[in-house]
Design a protein around this ligand. Structure first.
Ligand code: COI
Length: 356
């Protein structure tokens, strides 16, 4: 999709809000930086590029995106490395995935170079919002939604793309208790499960709430047909260590193509770990557990980073996994990834992009 010549109008805040933020204790998703990028799509092209103060936007009740689910989003992070530079982790992969979601949801794609330029401008203006500690980062949320004022079910003619940011700490602050979901379904072959569209998350809320009422944090989704094979967890892809191997379900129609997932697999292979992308059944997990071979389970995602799973609930029984301190493989991968992100290890995969 062609864009107009990129000219970003900038309106800065009269007064920064940064001094209201406690950077020593940043909750996930509650603090937002001063500015946001906005672009509008009309007449078959993107335009109206602007950076303006983060804040409320006005919409009519008949806005299509509020009714029929044409909303997609991404999550990405900027890190301040040991030299003080602001670095993004694989940003073009996120913008490409936004466009994959856009295609699936019948929305216009937005040029990756346009989004990169907007991100660069935004991060220059809000540079001070990128935290310095290695357990925090600046989360970036690009998203797009339908803006036609119309109640018919059809792809919108107009869209808005917004990108805002905010400093974040860990998404999960404790090891996770997950429950295998064998009644409800997140995604089915031919559906929208691999798109990062709002509806996938909305549909998961009710079954997740039921699991939370039983004391679990998240679900471990299974395939929609037999509820037999592991898919992903609520906000992240999922991986298991079975003896010396790292095993994860292959992505496809029903599983988000995680960028952290891909990075962990590449790092693990580079560290000499046997990596297996293959279907994994609950029965296999259960027998690996019974035989003492299930050594680790963890979620991987931009927000979740590498989130240890403490136990897996299945049909009323909790499989309690080895203590987190003993999980050498995931800890090694996590340390390597963190070191690359903060400039403490050589970025041999070329994942980090300087935004300065
Ligand atoms: C992310 O990992 O950035 C995500 O988009 C997951 C989100 C639902 C918190």
């Amino acid at each position: 999709m062609e864009s107009e010549i990129m000219q970003i109008k900038v309106e800065r805040v009269a007064k920064t809000r940064i001094h209201d933020v406690d950077f020593g204790n940043i909750p996930f998703g509650r603090e937002f930086a001063d500015h946001m990028f906005v672009a509008d799509y009309a007449d078959g092209k993107w335009g109206g590029f602007r950076i303006e103060p983060y804040g409320k936007m006005m919409y009519t009740p008949a806005m299509l995106g509020l009714h029929y689910g044409q909303t997609i989003f991404e999550g990405m992070k900027a890190y301040r490395n040991t030299s003080g530079e602001v670095m993004m982790f694989r940003p073009t992969d996120n913008f490409k995935r936004l466009n994959v979601s856009a295609e699936r949801m019948c929305m216009p794609t937005i040029p990756v170079d346009l989004m990169m330029e907007a991100l660069r401008e935004l991060l220059k203006i809000d540079d001070a919002w990128v935290p310095t500690s290695t357990d925090s980062s600046l989360y970036i949320r690009p998203f797009m939604f339908a803006t036609d004022e119309f109640l018919g079910v059809k792809p919108s003619d107009k869209y808005r793309c917004v990108m805002f940011t905010g400093p974040v700490g860990p998404y999960y602050t404790t090891p996770l208790k997950v429950m295998v979901e064998d009644t409800y379904t997140r995604a089915v072959k031919g559906g929208t499960g691999s798109a990062k569209s709002g509806g996938n998350y909305g549909g998961a809320l009710y079954p997740t709430k039921l699991a939370q009422q039983k004391g679990y944090h998240q679900l471990l989704w299974t395939d929609a047909i037999e509820h037999k094979f592991i898919e992903e967890s609520g906000t992240m892809n999922v991986m298991f260590q079975i003896e010396g191997s790292l095993v994860t379900p292959p992505t496809g129609d029903t599983i988000l193509k995680g960028i952290t997932r891909d990075s962990v697999l590449k790092l693990a292979a580079d560290l000499g770990i046997d990596v297996q992308e293959r279907r994994i059944s609950i029965d296999e997990l259960k027998s690996a557990y019974d035989n003492g071979q299930l050594l680790d389970a963890f979620g991987v995602g931009t927000a979740a980073t590498i989130a240890p799973i403490e136990l897996i609930g299945y049909k009323g029984v909790d499989l309690i996994l080895p203590p987190i301190g003993q999980r050498k493989m995931s800890q090694l991968i996590s340390k390597e990834l963190t070191n690359i992100r903060y400039g403490k290890a050589v970025d041999k995969f070329g994942w980090m992009v300087s935004m300065n």
